[in-house]
Design a binder for this molecule. Structure first.
Ligand SMILES: Nc1nc2c(ncn2[C@@H]2O[C@H](COP(=O)(O)OP(=O)(O)OP(=O)(O)O)[C@@H](O)[C@H]2O)c(=O)[nH]1
Ligand SMILES: C[C@H](OP(=O)(O)O)C(=O)O
Length: 221
């Protein structure tokens, strides 16, 4: 008897973006970066992250969750879909709303939460991680990618009925403690979130997308 053919898992990437007017506050605390430069960098990180995600093979759709409607218009030109955040000021609640929207718009797809501060994100590496996500979800309820410094999380995925992200300080240990399986350990560009200017310096050395390249060149002048 042949075994039934299972549909391969389909992935919809959900990217939460805090409006750049407020986001990435730790950048401004650093080396006296002024508020305009902080805002431009926060916007550039999100644009590069979303543009790379929309170019990634195996991504069925990218859903950006943000209340910044000017940024939303640019994200749509990359082929991303956008929904409002509803100003929850709670990243995990925002992502749960995003996952519910994935169920409505792309029934059967797995929501994959991806942070928007990955300016060096490479489509080839995200594609590799998504293959690990699909494999991991064959046996585990949830999977996550640990950030480059080891304590945080840059990606979390689970089927919508089990989707329970625990982002925030120390989230990698929380995700692992809840039984999520770590994936993507070798995917440097998926792990390299930028929280401060030291992170940005390291990302610039490794290579970033065009928006962050422009914004950081303006910073150097
Ligand atoms: N839509 C939405 N996105 C959020 C919210 N909080 C955080 N994010 C996004 O979640 C990701 C990770 O957030 P953090 O690294 O904490 O970024 P941040 O809050 O902008 O940075 P800091 O102000 O320095 O803490 C980034 O993509 C943020 O834009 C929120 O309340 N709503
Ligand atoms: C969202 C959070 O990012 P951090 O603020 O720790 O960089 C996390 O890693 O869960």
């Amino acid at each position: 008897m042949t075994s039934p053919t299972l549909d391969p898992l389909r992935c919809v990437v959900v990217v939460p973006v805090k409006p750049p007017a407020f986001g990435k506050s730790r950048l401004a605390a650093d080396r006296h970066l002024d508020d305009g430069a902080r805002r431009e960098l926060a916007e550039a990180f999100a644009l590069d992250t979303v543009q790379a995600a929309t170019s990634t093979p195996g991504v069925e759709a990218v859903l950006v969750v943000t209340d910044d409607f000017r940024l939303a218009a640019t994200m749509r030109t990359f082929g991303a879909e956008v929904m409002p955040d509803g100003a929850t000021e709670d990243l995990n609640a925002t992502l749960v709303q995003g996952a519910a929207e994935v169920v409505r718009r792309w029934p059967g797809a797995v929501p994959v939460a991806l942070c928007a501060d990955l300016p060096g994100l490479r489509p080839v590496e995200l594609a590799m991680v998504l293959r690990e996500v699909v494999d991991g979800l064959g046996t585990a309820d949830a999977v996550f990618v640990r950030d480059h410094d080891g304590s945080g999380t840059t990606l979390y995925a689970a089927p919508a009925d089990r989707f329970a992200p625990a982002f925030g300080t120390g989230s990698a240990a929380r995700h692992a403690g809840a039984g999520a399986v770590e994936v993507g350990a070798g995917a440097a560009s998926v792990r390299h979130d930028v929280d401060d200017l030291d992170d940005l310096d390291a990302a610039l050395v490794a290579g970033v997308g065009p928006h962050t390249t422009r914004a950081s060149a303006a910073l150097a002048r």
